[in-house]
Design a protein around this ligand. Sequence first.
Ligand SMILES: Cc1ncc(COP(=O)(O)O)c(C=O)c1O
Length: 393
Amino acid sequence: MRHDFTTRPDRAGTGSSKWSSMVEAGGDPAKGIVPLSVADMEFVEAPEIVEALRSFASDAVFGYTEPTDSYYDACISWQTRRHGWTPSRDWMVLSPGVVPALFNAVKCLTEPGDAIIIQPPVYYPFRWAAERTGRDVIENPLILDGDNRYLIDFDDLAEKAADPQARMLILCSPHNPVGRVWDREELRRLVDICLENDVFIVSDEIHDGLIMPGYHHTTLMNVMTPDEWDRCMVCTAPSKTFNLAGCQCSNIFIPSGDVRERFEHGFGMSAIESLNCFSYVACTAAYESCDAWLDELIDVIWTNHELVADRLSSFRPEATVFDLEGTYLQWVDLRCLGLDADRLESLMHEADLYLDEGHLFGREGDGFERINLACPTSVIEESLDRLQHVLTI
Ligand SMILES: Cc1ncc(COP(=O)(O)O)c(C=O)c1O
């Protein structure tokens, strides 16, 4: 491997949200334990990004900064190269995060009292985007098939989308936490149902670069035809794929001029106009220079996934480690332990494991855990040793 995926940076006491929450929950970094919760990575940053930031910092004036041509070119080239879709630069609205973009979309494109469809178990801010802005939530829960694979319940979706209150669906593609990479056929069925019922689709594709071997991410834009694009927007960012969440930079693609104008107006009302000057540099370097780093990262995540699957099946065969198609978030079904949410969490803490508890993603996640695999393999090995210990005493 050309890049370093074995060194674990010491993030304790650095203000890292993931590490601070572990400490608040009683985890002691002095014991050498590492939280496997919040979706960022425990690797040293890609040197190409660090170098770009270093060189920028040594020459730049840190005044108000607009995105440059090379920023737009890098973002568009990433979409073209990785997803076979070339957006127009005019469609891009920059946002400090995908979550702020989701909230803004709900506020600008729906009315209080409308309902937003979500597909739990799902990334919990989707629910907040509706509830905190006075909208209702309509749930279209994913279903598990006989092979323990999560699927969209299309019959239920057709019924829910037909409710006149339903105005928007927030899609997680690839899906956090269940790790599915939706295929073209699934996405087209979802689109047909939404179009038939005039439900606008917000596709959160923040995990679009984290696709496991043998799978292919299909952007919603390639599933919808250009004459349908005014019924959707796609949210992207380098923050998950290249570990840049702290740089706060995302790119929202909105082909419809009318929708874009409403969305931009919403950001204008919160005085969200441009990003910080470092985020452009980090994003450009990530999208332009880090393909090799990303290939190596995927190998490590895949190794970690296989390790969790093999080890858990050896000491707890009744647990289900779901196939990982995309993201670095491993969804695990531990309902076989027969524990309620509090007891499951305290058992994990007994093992010095600080994970994301499944119930956070909706009641469908009760008895499940989400394990963040984006860390050196040695960390996963040690974590599994501790899990084995508490599950076999
Ligand atoms: C599906 C999904 N959307 C959005 C985010 C966060 O986006 P941001 O930090 O850009 O607001 C995450 C973070 O884990 C995520 O998994």
